[in-house]
Design a binder for this molecule. Structure first.
Ligand code: ATP
Ligand code: MG
Length: 282
């Protein structure tokens, strides 16, 4: 099944997250049914990232957005571990520092976009400026409501510069979130992940859903599409994201660059070196 088609956000009609089942596992019945496929996409991601790095003319930016405990960290661990850390980087977006807050909202994002050949993952992103900022009225509506267009222009600039952008919203249910909070409480190894804000933010669930629906509808473009990934099931979430990334990289038609040296000449140098090395043997 082509998850790019299935989970793409259509910008021509208002997204309603209530219409998408967060427990869906599409055409797959079980974790074991997905295992081989996931491995296959991970191998494809590894091979394509090698080409992206070697080719050095394009780059990939992956944006991960979700409510707390939806699995952003899990995706980074399970999906991106398929790639060579050389050429891959994760950047997390926290509450803006005083210096960040003293600049326009895209400044800190622009500084972190991938260089040629690189893969960068945004764990949260510039979208927080139309999500948490909107939910908590951190700036007036006149300001945040103009940011969607600015984001689209910013992302177009990146695309025209050779960056492929993919944006994922990890869609979980409030029940699943509570279940994951419980797991964190029950397991001392996970206590460090618990924060007061997880519970205070949960009260704003409907407002977040509304903010997400608007943001995803207004900024899902052909150059920088949004995908809503059913994420109650972790194995399905990992499979769907791996497939979308692998297929997108494949479409970028990445190739090994031509060599910059004269291979015949280098071969002659090599043989001379071997000869000299042998001659020097006692
Ligand atoms: P985890 O909890 O899984 O470790 P996280 O991404 O939730 O990861 P936290 O440090 O808990 O990390 O949260 C970062 C917080 O910063 C989030 O509540 C987010 O909404 C907030 N944040 C990010 N960008 C902005 C912004 N531009 N303005 C205000 N708050 C922001
Ligand atoms: Mg958090």
């Amino acid at each position: 099944m082509d998850y790019r088609k299935q989970f793409l956000v259509d910008p021509t009609k208002q997204l309603l997250l209530g219409d998408i089942d967060p427990s869906s596992t599409a055409d797959l019945a079980s974790k074991s049914a997905a295992a081989d496929l996931t491995d296959q996409y991970r191998a494809q991601m590894e091979a394509e990232q090698f080409l992206l790095y070697a080719d050095g003319r394009q780059s990939l930016l992956v944006v991960l957005q979700a409510l707390d405990a939806a699995g952003k960290d899990g995706v980074i661990r399970h999906v991106f571990s398929a790639m060579n850390p050389q050429g891959t980087r994760v950047h997390g977006f926290k509450q803006p520092t005083p210096i960040e807050a003293a600049h326009d909202f895209l400044w800190r994002a622009h500084k972190q976009v991938p260089a040629d050949g690189e893969v960068v993952i945004f764990n949260r992103s510039h979208y927080e400026d139309v999500l948490v900022v909107r939910v908590h009225n951190l700036v007036p509506e006149e300001i945040w409501s103009q940011r969607y267009d600015k984001i689209n222009e910013f992302e177009r600039l990146l695309t025209e510069n050779g960056t492929q952008i993919l944006k994922f919203f990890l869609h979980i249910s409030p029940e699943e979130q509570l279940e994951r909070f419980k797991k964190r409480l029950d397991d001392p190894q996970r206590h460090w992940k618990i924060s007061d804000s997880d519970y205070s933010e949960r009260k704003f669930w409907p407002q977040y859903i509304e903010a997400y629906q608007d943001a995803l509808t207004k900024t899902s473009t052909t150059h920088a599409p949004w995908y809503v990934i059913p994420a109650n099931s972790k194995w399905f979430r990992n499979l769907a994201i791996s497939q979308i990334i692998a297929d997108t990289l494949k479409d970028m038609k990445l190739e090994l660059p031509p060599t910059h040296v004269n291979i015949e000449e280098i071969k002659a140098h090599y043989h001379a070196a071997v000869k000299a090395a042998n001659g020097n043997k006692p």
